[in-house]
Design a binder for this molecule. Structure first.
Ligand code: EPZ
Length: 420
């Protein structure tokens, strides 16, 4: 296993290009199961999770090839309806093969993904939506077994205790596109990744309206065809790189960003006093100003993303003043707190809140990554810290950040990999 070593203190300078969005590409690859015709997906990031999804598609009968950011799903028929535990357990997003398998084959057997370090992560909303479309669902030996002689469009309220659900909206939308009649999903997730999936489905011949709002309307069609699609830029990678520039007092042009996808983050950073300039599809971040601490509450889109919470906590850890960070999507997503405290941060967790008392600087230390975004938070902390930080279990980072070391090194960071 590798660890990432960072010699902190270098100011990041230069240009960096954001990759395609992980959380858009995973459901879009799953959507290719809805047709037997070829699909081409461009701007695909080469990530551990992307490769896991390709393995799942192959296990379900598809021929899928990945070359230089382009995935071709060709020839193979969606023939197998069983997504196995050993594949699904590696990544929660693989549970969203349930909707397309059921839509296409009228039956599906998909392993339950289980919980993970960021929380319990149930799938009740996925099952509620799929059931409402007329499927019989049972749980057998850790698998969801779903079957329907015919899926029928209907009204579905998909809100849960923590608001809307991204992958449940994706799953239900993918099952509904081939159902007969009209489906209305109320309290649908509005995340840009859901919109990107809807756009891909529309290119395949689906009839969808209202994506990007809490009410999505789907008029079922009989058949979907192949399509070509380019994935949107990854807003969380963009946000992480913006914070990397700020936390190191650098000057970075972050290219390939959709500004409107970053509204809540940029608003908070402006409140903190950061200087972010917008040019066409890029953002220039100058970290020469002293920042103020700000309070943050994570919420479903367009609120502040939970996937930026750990990174923002690292920035607040070295910003003078008190910041209260409230996690409203995953109340237990705070594994990074103790690791940041190992680096000298003053952070106290109280239930779904973390109270961060900003200090002048962190000191490098050996720390452990617990999940993808916690790893990103630790990388930011390491970049700003005095001395050397070594982050173990770095495979978490590889799940969601394409070429992150190269990108940081090109910006002047001192980052390298070592064997543990
Ligand atoms: C997606 O997960 C993302 N993953 C997550 O990104 C992201 O953190 C999350 O959305 C929230 O934005 C992918 O897109 C692959 P949810 P998802 O269903 O869809 C509860 C990352 O780091 N809930 O929107 O699984 C759930 O427990 C990852 O890239 C139910 O109660 O998240 C949570 O509290 C991690 N029942 C809330 O809803 C359900 O059936 C929102 O979760 C489903 C979810």
């Amino acid at each position: 296993m590798d660890k990432l070593v960072i010699e902190g203190g270098a100011r990041l300078k230069g240009e960096v290009t954001v990759s395609g969005a992980k959380n858009a590409v995973l459901p879009i690859l799953a959507a290719t199961l809805l047709t037997d015709e070829p699909c081409i997906i461009k701007g695909v990031p080469n990530l551990r999770d992307t490769n896991s999804m390709l393995k799942i598609l192959r296990s379900l009968g598809k021929i899928a090839e990945f070359d230089k950011g382009r995935v071709s799903v060709t020839a193979g028929k969606t023939s197998n309806y069983i997504a196995e535990y050993k594949l699904v357990s590696t990544m929660r997003a693989s549970f969203c093969v349930l909707g397309p398998l059921l839509g296409k084959l009228k039956k599906a057997k998909v392993s339950l993904p289980g919980g993970c370090v960021i929380g319990v992560r149930p799938v009740d909303l996925h099952l509620k939506g799929i059931r409402a479309l007329g499927a019989d669902i049972s749980i057998d030996a850790g698998y969801v077994v779903a079957a329907a002689s015919k899926l029928r469009g209907t009204y579905i309220y998909l809100g849960g205790v923590y608001g809307s659900s991204v992958l449940a909206t994706d799953n239900v939308m993918m099952a509904a596109v081939l159902a007969s009649g009209k489906t209305v999903i109320e309290s649908a997730a509005c995340e840009p990744e859901v919109v990107d999936l809807a756009e891909f489905l529309i290119k395949m011949g689906a009839k969808i309206k209202g994506h990007g709002t809490p009410v999505i309307e789907i008029e079922g069609v009989k058949h979907l065809h192949g399509a070509v699609h380019t994935i949107i830029p990854d807003r969380i990678e963009a946000g992480t790189l913006i914070l990397a520039a700020l936390i190191t007092g650098g000057d970075v042009l972050v290219k390939n960003v959709h500004y409107q996808h970053l509204g809540a983050l940029i608003d908070k950073l402006s409140e903190a006093g950061a200087h972010i300039e917008r040019t066409d599809a890029a953002l220039r971040v100058k970290g020469n100003k002293k920042l103020r601490s700000v309070n943050i509450t994570t919420l479903p889109y367009p609120g502040f993303p939970t996937d930026m919470q750990a990174q923002m906590m690292s920035l607040m850890a070295v910003t003078e003043g008190i910041s209260v960070i409230t996690e409203k999507i995953y109340p237990d997503r705070f594994m990074h707190v103790s690791e940041l405290n190992r680096m000298g941060a003053h952070i106290q967790r109280e239930g779904p809140h973390a109270i961060v008392e900003g200090i002048k600087s962190l000191s490098g230390a050996p720390v452990m990554a617990s999940d993808l975004r916690a790893s990103a938070g630790l990388v930011l902390a390491g970049l700003s810290a005095r001395g050397k930080t070594s982050i173990s279990r770095i495979y978490h980072l590889e799940r969601g950040y394409e070429l992150i070391e190269e990108k940081l090194v090109n910006l002047g960071a001192k980052v390298w990999r070592e064997k543990e």
